[in-house]
Design a protein around this ligand. Structure first.
Ligand SMILES: Nc1ncnc2c1ncn2[C@@H]1O[C@H](COP(=O)(O)OP(=O)(O)OP(=O)(O)O)[C@@H](O)[C@H]1O
Ligand SMILES: [Mg+2]
Length: 666
């Protein structure tokens, strides 16, 4: 029967708190990070912890997991609550252990049990102590309950789910890039299945496909999640509650990021109105007191008005505090037309090929975004250009080019034992200390802040130091690898603005769609180990990609249609980009256009034939007879691969021709 006590119990369970802060104050020396904060995390909550750079979000997570102790108040934690914590500074963890071992760290208890069981087993070989035997069987039972016999397999499965190939599982963790390390640590957490996940800026290290993967995973995650992030889009999809750390207080909003933005505006307006109303009231009372305090008949009333005024809790005027960094990229010298030329560049890491015989040119005025998935070699290409990575081929600098490189792990490259000022001095500009301090002021390190050690800086603060180092060089060409990582949204906007004003050229890598669309006039991609250039903005590139996808789909449809008919006809006219009704190109291009169209027809025919061949090969492979003879099967498989390769080449050619024709028809 469903009793009242049952109900109470489940209601209690629903409102149970997993972990929380009660009247908590935390400070670093004289700097208060948070004051009298109360915040409880309940089961099933998905919380976005937000705030400008340096407000103390990472610190707060460290307080929650017990890495830091509060100066006042308490951290409360359910007796059985388990926590998974992903540190903002991923690269601070480094090890020679294989990624399989790192992920298997999730099973600490199982590993400990295994050791204990082994030890007990040995002891039992020598004695037949009954008590020892009971302990031994208990431990065996616990191991079984924990699924201990299965951990190897489970770990492999999760890592493979996250995109790791089987043969990589035994490679050392330290050989992997940020994005992949992040996945290993995530795999560990998934295997631990904690009640609360605390993720400090998880998207900083991920490319778009991995962010999408993480989104899907988190959407199905049963436990509670706290995410620190500056990615508006990600937050909107992931959370249903926002906790903002602002002016040393926690402000709670029960909604997603969009709700927070609207609600915050309303709260600001309300506070401003309340402030103005109170100001009017105080002014009126003060006038009353002024007028009547000397008048005997009204003196008592004036007195009590004065007391009332003293007691009033003053509403503060709304002052919006924002970290307005002032970034001003300047150029010392004008370079020639060509900034940098890459010829026949080839680069591989072992058997992983990055680029092969690649060519590219960067010209004055180019503002290029290099985009693409993790592991395609974006950072490697940047390092090749910067000269910090070995390569085969030619890299030629243009006249008067002065480059400056903001590397992906720039933050980790800062010397943590330096103060900010020392770090700036070491980067070799001829600036005086006064000049450097004033530059640091633009990056919001005023007065004593410049003497802070790098090791205590927040992620965003370190990013600001690294940017200041780029700026001090006054270079005319910048190589920027993930410059928006760790920066809060407001600072990202300011950085985009200043890059727009910058007179030099740059090549940047970023996964931030907003930022790329604001800063690039060309898009580079590494496709088939070559550098592909698109002359246009990111928005134009996205539209172009969409068009190409549609083309491909139409083509595939047409091909399957034509394959159904006994004698496949060559391309139908609606697939051709040029139709009679379309405006004709100017004379000079006409011949070229005709030539291309002819070529286009030919390639289309070829694609149609190859598609047919491929279908036949698929049929042959699927036939049960083919399995009977291994040699025949191997041959069929080989044929299939060949035709597939030929088709890829033909489709690529088809797309290129199509683009050229479109270009000429403009
Ligand atoms: N050990 C420390 N000693 C002194 N100050 C510190 C220490 N650790 C952090 N701070 C300072 O405390 C402030 C909060 O740092 P924290 O890393 O929590 O910020 P954050 O909100 O996570 O910022 P970001 O968005 O940039 O990651 C920063 O100004 C930082 O410089
Ligand atoms: Mg932080």
């Amino acid at each position: 029967m469903y009793s009242a006590s049952n109900y109470l119990c489940s209601a209690k369970f629903l409102s149970a708190m997993l972990i929380g802060l009660q009247d908590l104050t935390f400070e670093f020396g004289a700097r208060v990070i948070v004051e009298n904060a109360t915040w409880h995390i309940h089961p099933g909550e998905r919380i976005g912890l937000i705030g400008y750079n340096g407000t103390g979000k990472s610190t707060l997570l460290k307080v929650l997991v017990g890495e830091y102790l509060p100066s006042k108040g308490t951290v409360e934690k359910g007796r059985d609550t388990t926590i998974g914590y992903l540190h903002q500074d991923l690269l601070s963890f480094d090890t020679n252990d294989s990624i399989l071992e790192v992920a298997m760290g999730a099973f600490e208890r199982v590993k400990q049990l295994e050791k204990e069981i082994e030890k007990l087993g040995k002891e039992l070989e020598e004695t037949s102590d009954e008590k020892l035997l009971i302990v031994y069987t208990d431990k065996l039972h616990e191991l079984e309950v924990l699924g201990g016999y299965n951990i190897h397999h489970k770990t492999e499965e999760v890592l493979q789910g996250l995109g790791f190939e089987n043969e990589h599982l035994l490679r050392p963790y330290k050989e992997f890039s940020g994005g992949w390390r992040m996945r290993v640590l995530l795999a560990k957490m998934i295997l631990q299945q904690p009640d609360v996940l605390l993720l400090d800026e998880p998207t900083n290290h991920l490319d778009l496909p991995s962010i999408e993967w993480l989104e899907k995973y988190l959407q199905h995650y049963q436990g509670s999640v706290v995410i620190v992030s500056h990615d508006k889009y990600f937050l909107n999809r992931m959370v249903n509650k926002i906790v903002e750390l602002y002016q040393q207080e926690l402000h709670i909003y029960t909604g997603d990021y969009e709700f927070y933005e609207k609600e915050k505006q309303i709260r600001i307006e309300l506070q401003q109105r309340a402030y103005e109303n109170q100001k009017d009231y105080i002014r009126q009372q003060e006038r009353f007191i002024e007028r009547f305090k000397a008048k005997a008949s009204k003196a008592a009333a004036a007195q009590s008005a004065m007391k009332r005024l003293d007691k009033i809790e003053r509403i503060e005027q709304v002052e919006i505090e924002r970290p307005n960094i002032r970034i001003n990229f300047q150029v010392d010298k004008q370079p020639g037309r060509v900034i940098c030329e890459l010829k026949h560049i080839t680069k591989s890491f072992g058997d992983i090929k990055i680029v092969e015989n690649a060519h590219a040119e960067i010209n004055r005025g180019d503002k290029i975004a290099l985009i693409g998935a993790n592991g395609k070699g974006k950072s490697t290409l940047l390092r090749i250009i910067a000269g910090t990575e070995k390569y085969e081929g030619e890299r030629n600098w243009g006249h008067n080019v002065e480059e400056s490189f903001y590397a992906q792990h720039q933050l980790e490259a800062l010397n943590v034992n330096n103060t900010i000022l020392e770090e700036m001095k070491e980067c070799g500009s001829n600036k005086t200390e006064l000049e450097l301090r004033s530059l640091l002021g633009c990056f919001l390190f005023s007065g004593d802040d410049s003497d802070k050690k790098i090791k205590v800086l927040s992620g965003g603060e370190k990013a600001r130091v690294a940017l200041a180092k780029v700026i001090v060089s006054r270079s005319n060409f910048l190589l920027l690898d993930e410059p928006t990582n760790h920066l809060d949204m407001h600072s990202v906007e300011l950085l985009a603005e200043s890059l727009n004003k910058y007179e030099g050229s740059y090549l940047l890598v970023s996964h931030d769609r907003f930022f790329i669309s604001k800063t690039a006039n060309k898009i580079w991609e590494i496709v088939d180990h070559e550098v592909k250039e698109f002359k246009g903005t990111y928005t134009e590139w996205v539209e172009w990609k969409k068009r190409m996808e549609e083309r491909k789909r139409t083509l595939a449809k047409e091909e399957s249609k034509s394959a159904e008919t006994p004698a496949p006809k060559p391309v139908t006219s609606n697939k051709q980009p040029a139709t009679a009704s379309q405006p004709q190109p100017i004379n000079t291009n006409k011949k070229e256009l005709q030539r291309l169209q002819k070529q286009f027809q030919g390639v289309e025919d070829q694609v149609a034939q190859l598609n047919q061949k491929k279908e036949q090969a698929e049929l042959d492979l699927a036939s049960p007879d083919s399995y009977k003879n291994p040699a025949q099967f191997a041959q069929l498989e080989k044929d299939y691969k060949t035709v597939q390769q030929q088709l890829t080449v033909a489709v690529k050619q088809y797309e290129e021709l199509f683009e050229k024709i479109m270009e000429l028809e403009k």
